[in-house]
Design a protein around this ligand. Sequence first.
Ligand code: LFR
Length: 472
Amino acid sequence: MTRYTLAVDIGASSGRLILGSVQNEKLELNEIHRFENNMIKKGQHYCWDMDRLFSEVKKGINKCNALGIKPESIGIDTWAVDFVLLDENGELLTDAIAYRDDRTDGKMEEVFQKIMKERLYLETGIQFQKFNTIYQLYSLKKTQPEVLARAKTFLMIPDYLHYLLSGIPANEYTNASSTQLLNAFTKKWDITILDTLEINSQMFQEIKKPNTILGNLKPELVEEFGFDMKVILPATHDTGSAVISVPELNDTIYISSGTWSLIGVENRFPICVTKALDYNFTNEGGIDYRFRFLKNIMGLWMIQEVRRNYNNQYSFAEFVELAKEAHDFSSIVNVNDDRFLKPDNMVEEIQNYCIETGQQVPATPGEIAKCVYDSLVDSYITAINEIEEIFEKTFPSINIIGGGCQNEMLNQLLAEATKKDVYAGPIEATAIGNIVSQFIALGEIDSLVEARQMIKKSFEIKAYKATEDAIK
Ligand code: LFR
């Protein structure tokens, strides 16, 4: 009998429930439900709408039921760093404030007054992003110390959704590592850092590794759905699940391309050398205690926001066509400038950057899109050069995974610019990683190595090479 697992993969702009099964030693995917995700303004802060997200998860489960499929298990991954706090009754004490909210402005520098930046890096291995959980908690400590003091349970977004499903509070390792509060070497909460910042360390839960069976659905949910499922922890940090799906990691730099572009390599240990700190590379915890040495690049968020600014009148495919028509336009912005994290208007922010740097100002949607794509490629190249400098070697290929790998123009531009072989796929890398973790926990797949071989056989990977008549 076919065994099914259900992956819930929620990103900053959309979520999906995908059923996975193994058929003839290949993985099969079946998308059951897809929905939009957005930040909403609650009072002063941008937040995630957790009630709606959980109701979308339930909708997807009910759709499985309507298809007559009862998955054996469910596992959830989302973006990283964000969290909620629960009180003594297991009820929400805080909203799920989104990482793009400005509550952490200036907090990183305040934390450095208490803990040396270098020490924080050496202990956690995590890159400095103003939205890391450590700075979010520090901000809460400053503005609402009483809330932090009352908190009994700290749960990250997927932890909270797993808790709503199973009633069991736990902190999953890969996502916990993104907080900059986890010791990269002991893989435990770093109590010294927490104590130095006077953050209540009691609220942190036991760290559980991915591929762990957390429990079963709560009885009331079993009744509601008409069937039970195991709740299994995948790599709950979406990037952790995505990188499982890179089939060949030797000599390959991956780019997990979605709202963010995460560019890096997989390692067996964290690399905290001075250059890695200077270039702001991270060492995020992965499945089997592998580390993702990578850098965040602003990614398709730039074009998602541009699209919103043009009132969604162009599709992403149309932006690519418009950009091709604007082939002579060549201004470039530094996509990693914090000004692009949540500007009031992305188009104006890009235009202002060009004015301030004395470059030609993009005026048409095509010029704006060309500027975004060229700027992304430009920052990919910088990151690749930094990786090659740190590793003292040349990587011959790049594997782009995730929804963004469908942007053929970007793939080709990268091949032309780097003269490396560029591979694109799998598209649903994150959901695939989530599914294989559940199958490993259920004993259907033996290991990460076997999973990667299976993924390679199961999904189309497109190749791009530099051509003589490069796209300009
Ligand atoms: C990608 C991602 C990145 C993380 C960013 C914020 O979706 O998870 O890995 O740095 O979102 O959480």
